[in-house]
Design a binder for this molecule. Sequence first.
Ligand code: SF4
Length: 263
Amino acid sequence: MPLPSRVVLADGRTAAVDRGRPPRVRKRDPNWKRPGRRRVLAIRDRLRELYGQPVNDPHGHPIAELIRTVLSQNTNDRNRDVAYARLRERFPTWEQVRDAPTDEVEAAIKPGGLSPTKAPRIQEILGRLGEHPDLDWLAEAPREQALEYLTELPGVGRKTAACVLIFAFGRPEIPVDTHVHRVGGRLGLFRAGASFDEAHDEMRAITPPEDAYELHINLIRHGRATCRPRPRCGECALRRMCPWYRERGRLRQPAGALPAETT
Ligand code: SF4
């Protein structure tokens, strides 16, 4: 079936379907300008100085990544991992997970929280993947087709779909979680007030494919370490390149609190 030339985004706007080029998203904020390559690379390099250069090691197990990401919703990494390990121990195959009584799946994943919601969702997802659940074809599928297929699964959004593509196959996606959304927005990588889906499109548009994994991981690290919900701008090595700091962060710092600029 031929792909449409344009798709409707979550906020009602339209964007060109990817055909090997980054998607074009219409900009509505007159005060925001899409950052150029030099600026993106400067941010990448500064983050690299702080957090190193993480290297992606795709594991090749898309269903495992999909289910792990569903389990990660509204919980921390540790509880997600415990829930996932218990699920795989109790049901070694995806067919067994799919066909098990739901209350047994729920019991297995209980440490991950929200198990009454996640258990039937996981079984419904697996039920959509065919008699012998398989997502290996996503490795070679056109990007829009892969994203469309994944996001039509129950409870699967752009972030989860992006996680499957980048962590299982090393395809260049930048999952936009709450850290990437907060830090990227403050750094002006996408416009203020952008939805998660718009931020995803923008991040992919501005990021060289070979830097997607690194930028994703290091924006998260920066969001956990410094650019927290209450940002620690006074100790941030990116503040000279940060529009949020220029506009607001400086006003928030107590007099004399800023160390000498090192950037
Ligand atoms: S200067 Fe402040 S707002 Fe900007 S990236 Fe650093 S911590 Fe975040």
